[in-house]
Write a protein that binds this ligand. Sequence first.
Ligand code: PEP
Ligand code: MG
Length: 590
Amino acid sequence: MSDSPNERSEVKLTGVPAAPGVAHGCAFVFLQDSLDIPCYAVAPADMPREIKRFEEAMAATRAQIARLRQDVCTRLGENEAAIFDAHLLVLEDPALIEETLKALERSGQNIEHCLHSVTQRYIEFFSKMEDEYLKERVADIRDVSVRLLHNLLGLGRRTLSEITEQRIVVSEDLTPSDTATLEAGHVLALATDGGNRTSHAVIMARSMRVPAVVGLRDATKLIRHGDLVLVDGFEGIVYVNPSDATLAHYGRLRQERRLFEDTVNAELDSPDEMADGVPFRLATNVGGPEDIGAVQKFFGRGVGLFRSESIFLKGGSFPDEKTQYEAYRQVVAELAPAQVIIRTLDIGGDKQMPAAKTSGEENPFMGFRAIRFCLEHRDIFKVQLRAILRASAHGKAAIMFPMIASLGELLQARAILSEVMTELTAEGVPFDAEIRVGVMIEIPSAALMADEIARHCDFFSIGTNDLVQYLLAVDRGNERIAHLYDPCQPVVARLIRDIVAAGKRRGIPVGVCGEMAGDPLYAPLLIGLGVDSLSMTPACLPELRFLLRHSKSSEIAELAEAVLAEGDPRAIEARLRRFTTERLGPLVQK
Ligand code: PEP
Ligand code: MG
């Protein structure tokens, strides 16, 4: 297409609203591997020029990898930077260079084509290996060859960490590791073909206060690099080349939103009490020490979910006890005396970590995840428990086990915890011997066995992101069925009611730490169902606090009662929306 962006007319794409906000700017289309590799004959006289191009691309690639290594080392540490040493080894591999040059000589075709054929052969060969370590080299080879090809084709490699100006990132999908490399100030918004509201990359976007629309299906085909794009994270709409009328409409909306935020922020440090004086408890979801500032800024009262895997996902390898201890200690000490609930490692699903070798499963969300992984890898689990326990000496920490499906799993996890406590005591290492131990209720079997499980733990935290997906059998990351991922299904409220009742019978508190907790549409319902605390991305706190402060406990109880009596999900949604918009106005995410 030869038309320039502003000559093209407006195109409206509809997806799933994933993180609130509106942003407008130039698109950065992030396509990992899809490259059109040209193939043409090279005259013998031009061979030296072809070889020179290859050498120059090698040098440019080497310099880029070295820069990336340096950058990651400064931002995340030596461990995380080590992945780029492996990339340098691939780049300098004599066999790969020799074979590419031989292919050039033999075929007489351009160097990009030769390089691509050789690397594809390598990738196929290593993919078939039994040895897991060698199999994993495929990702390194692919990464380096794409970088080299970009340099040969004069395209420059697009990685999210290399975005240096404010851009709207458009991609097929984003992994949590992609999102971890985003520079908060440079990304105006995210628009992805795949994903769902509870994808982990989206949860991270929300905590970075970056508007996001997911499940757009073909945004990467319809949006071109540099196109002007407007992302409406409230409604789940993306406009390509927005018209003047659209821009004017959103200009007005933005002003309204700013006024609304001023109103909400005016109550930032007000007491967590409903309009009739009944208290509520709001905690925060964090990924590491980098979130402490946000917790303090938005007056979060402690941490209801510390996703410890964030520390693991930043690097390619398992962090040692010292690295983990430092991260946990910092959060626990800086937020003391408030409680910090540290969830043990929850990898797998959409949080893949190459070193854990959990990838390649047919059904990752139902696969080798979280506590299942930890119970099989006791060594890794014990290192983490030691680090958490040591951190507990510096404030008020609690431990929480994810993805518990049965009482047996909880008992096994607790036995390993006791073992670690005994070892630390023998070594004379201080820790909080009274540390509270909680269970995430996010698998229907655990919800149904809540009474029994509650006898063996100190608190429950309902993980609605997973609970909804398993209860409704709807993969939380699959955009094709995103419309079926519906927390308004009556079964969701009824099951939460039952979990709360089990907690109350056994005298333990029940919180919610899934995305429903920070969503103004669902938070009043959860409080009305008797949930003791809501834990959310710090950035969601001001709006939620405002909403609950402007609600009466009697109104919230009535709302829950009405929802429990309703069988039609759309009627439930309409009721919840009415409750929230009456208090917050119309600027609520769909
Ligand atoms: C959940 O499942 O609701 C939850 C909080 O855990 P995660 O989103 O990390 O799976
Ligand atoms: Mg979960």
